[in-house]
Design a protein around this ligand. Sequence first.
Ligand code: PLP
Length: 495
Amino acid sequence: MGAFLPSLEEPLRPGERRRGEIERRIRGAILAGALSAGVRLPSTRTLARELHVSRTTAEEAFGQLAAEGYLVRRVGDGTYVSASMPAPRPRRASPLSALPLSGRGRALARAPACVDAVRVLPFRAAHPDYQAFPAALWNRLQNRRARHGGAGLLGYGEAEGLRALREALAGHLATSRGVRCDPSQVVVLSSSQQGFDLAARLVLDPGDEAWVEEPGYPGARGALAAAGARVVPVPVDERGIDVAAGIRLAPRARLAHLTPSHQYPLGSALTLERRLALLAWAEREGALLVEDDYDGEYRYGGRATASIQGLDRGGRVLYLGTFTKVLFPSLRLAWAVLPEGLVEPFVQARRLQDGQPPGLSQAVAADFVGEGHLGAHLRRMRALYAERRDLLEGLLRAALGEAGRLLGAEAGLHAVLPLAGDDAEVARRAAERGVEVVPLSTLFAGPPTARGLVLGYAGLSPDAIRAGSEVLARAVEAAAARERRPAARSRGSTG
Ligand SMILES: Cc1ncc(COP(=O)(O)O)c(C=O)c1O
């Protein structure tokens, strides 16, 4: 058997100088390294048959290449690529400069993004408790749908999502989040992240201003920056985003990313007064409010704050929710509730991204929500996470006193431990002992005005919370002692 010769696979064109063409192709393959030194060629008989040429033509071509030194012919054995042919140059990975990125590509590659942790370690934020997920129930619903769902779930589906899921979500959101919508306004997405991206690209032209909360969620900031927006960080206080400051900083902004139920990361709830001020500003300026209700279902005291979407009369709010926190992130299902005029462009833009959400998962999620399992699951999770929050706060208070008081712990799956000193230093010390915390200072787009640690607790067992708190308290104390030392020394030297 001789070598496979792709360059000879193509039939010779009629009228082509057959012998010359065969020689040219074999020579080219050797020089390009496709045929390397020592490789055996097919017999002239095979070549003649495959290329529909006479055996004599094939013989002559091989003879010529042998005369030129490309081939070696061994009587009774076969024809080989000459051993003196230089080894092909190894292929080098093309340097980045050889593949210049577009301006849009560069903005995408530079934009901040959330790199979510795969393993649940104390105190990585964002994880619900996967052990507490009702997997048996989910599997039952999934099997039922797989058996009886019909071929409809296997083929292409609607880009806006399965009707049953959109209806179930509209019903659930009305009662639990005060969202007022028709199911036709609900579009199923793969993630909130996809919602940020579509909203940014549909609403913003390059150079348009967009508000983000400061500190805020890097995933949203990244999507806006990647769309070419001029991102304007607007300060946040204990009443949520400072709307008056936003209007001072960028009155003509076209979009604002907001986490009003439980500000990410500080945890404040946006006051009603500020919600109304935001709506008035958005109506006046024609801006879009992107309400990111990522963990609004979890509130441990009092009633959950209703959405801004429910207060909106002017069609200025794009409400985003996700199954990431209420079920599990790898489900990759989320939803947007859109002002009516934005539904069609949004669905069309989504078609261009990934076509449609996955059919079977949507159907199972529709049953889970529609049959009341989500409500029951959330009630159980609220009780569980509240216990864990209490445990964490109790341990930190016992170890650190007043300094162990958490911020934003009335809701959500994480809280913030404020620090007076260098939060990155505490995070580094904790990481050495297997405890991962996000320094608050890294969540500012501009210079940080507050320090602290973002602590996810919901997905952790009580034992993990106990062990993690101990490490954390020691890291906080060690960093504080280190910061006190130079001051003590300088006091000593002057006094
Ligand atoms: C503020 C905020 N929005 C959105 C998300 C993520 O949602 P998704 O997984 O649907 O993109 C997160 C996850 O941590 C978040 O913290």
